[in-house]
Design a protein around this ligand. Structure first.
Ligand SMILES: Nc1ncnc2c1ncn2[C@@H]1O[C@H](COP(=O)(O)OP(=O)(O)O)[C@@H](O)[C@H]1O
Ligand SMILES: [Mg+2]
Length: 326
């Protein structure tokens, strides 16, 4: 890629003391204006990758360019081209929202008048006009995330890094943030590198997804193509008699291999696709089994994750929403 506002990473490695390879040979490209979702469980290496790409952590091996600048050799140029809202937002509880944006504008060397105009505009865009005069210590989790996003956007970055921007947010704040991130990419051509442990978030927001596990990318494509790789739907059934779960597993097992199912239910990935459903019903009937529910599920990103890693991402790291009313 020529100098542009994308991201190009080749064989990126970060080894911590003791030899732990938190990031173990990651290669990826993000095109200008694209939203790239970096999806993986806790400890997968997402934040370590973001810290290297934002020049906050030295790389052990490999190369990375961000907005056309080399992260190892052109740190100041990288930093002027990017904005970052990191997992641990560095907000001062004793400063107000307005004071934060003004301070940030000054740090970027923006002229006072322009800094004020831009700061007010961003506070409005993230819905913090009314709270702007209040100290950040009294903000809810969602308000802090929104302020952190405004600070990251103040100088009009070409590339935006968001490290788990919606972890712990209530569904409404999450939706608002998704909308703003989509708008930035679509209307302003901002390149977005976003980490998440939420399948739903990656699915809804990202143009392309890289699934990271244990420091390595195990799958990468558009959400649609990733799900299509799995291809076949699964069938999930609940026996009328809870004691018959094992028998149900045996009958369904004739049609495909087992996949994760909620407690009380049995599910298999259909070996020959949805057309088999009628035969499944006949087989259950033939075995004299009562069925209290039966449904067909299209493949999800969790199926992709499960197939690539042998584990399920669903339900892992589900933090309770911590948002308090503003
Ligand atoms: N400063 C550090 N020193 C040693 N190990 C670290 C450090 N930062 C992260 N790690 C380890 O590196 C791995 C990846 O961490 P991280 O990048 O934070 O994962 P994620 O953001 O995907 O949850 C984890 O095993 C974590 O414990
Ligand atoms: Mg992290």
């Amino acid at each position: 890629m020529a100098a542009g506002s994308g991201i190009e990473v080749e064989g990126l490695v970060r080894e911590f003391k003791g030899g732990l390879r938190a990031v173990d040979g990651v290669s990826l490209r993000v095109s200008p204006g694209e939203i790239y979702g970096f999806l993986g469980p806790n400890g997968a290496g997402k934040s370590t990758t973001v810290l290297m790409l934002t020049t906050l952590l030295p790389i052990t091996a490999g190369t990375a360019t961000v907005a056309g600048f080399d992260v190892a050799r052109q740190g100041p140029l990288v930093r002027s081209a990017i904005g970052a809202a990191l997992q641990e937002a560095a907000l001062d509880p004793y400063l107000t929202g307005t004071e934060h944006v003004r301070l940030q504008a000054a740090l970027h060397g923006m002229p006072r008048k322009e800094g004020r105009r831009r700061g007010d505009e961003l506070l409005e865009r993230v819905g913090l006009v009314e709270a702007a005069g209040r100290k950040v210590g009294g903000y809810s989790g969602g308000m802090k995330r929104r302020l952190d996003l405004a600070l990251a956007l103040l100088h009009g970055p070409e590339v935006l890094f968001l490290d788990e921007p919606t972890t712990g947010l209530d569904p409404q704040s999450r939706q608002a943030l998704w909308e703003e991130v989509s708008r930035l990419a679509t209307d302003e051509g901002v390149t977005v590198f976003l980490t998440t442990q939420y399948l739903e978030e990656a699915d809804a927001l990202a143009d392309r997804i890289g699934i990271i596990d244990d420091g390595k990318i195990v799958a990468e494509d558009t959400p649609k193509a990733l799900k299509a790789q799995i291809g076949r739907p699964s069938v999930e059934a609940v026996p009328q008699e809870p004691a018959e779960q094992e028998k149900m597993a045996e009958v369904l097992g004739r049609f495909g291999s087992p996949v994760a199912a909620p407690s009380g239910a049995v599910a298999v990935r259909l070996e020959h696709g949805a057309g088999e459903l009628a035969e499944v019903v006949r087989a259950l009937d033939g075995a004299g089994m009562g069925v209290s529910s039966l449904r067909l599920d299209e493949p999800t990103l969790d199926d992709v994750f499960l197939e690539k890693t042998g584990r399920s991402l669903e339900g892992e790291g589900e933090d309770a929403a911590e948002e308090a009313p503003a």
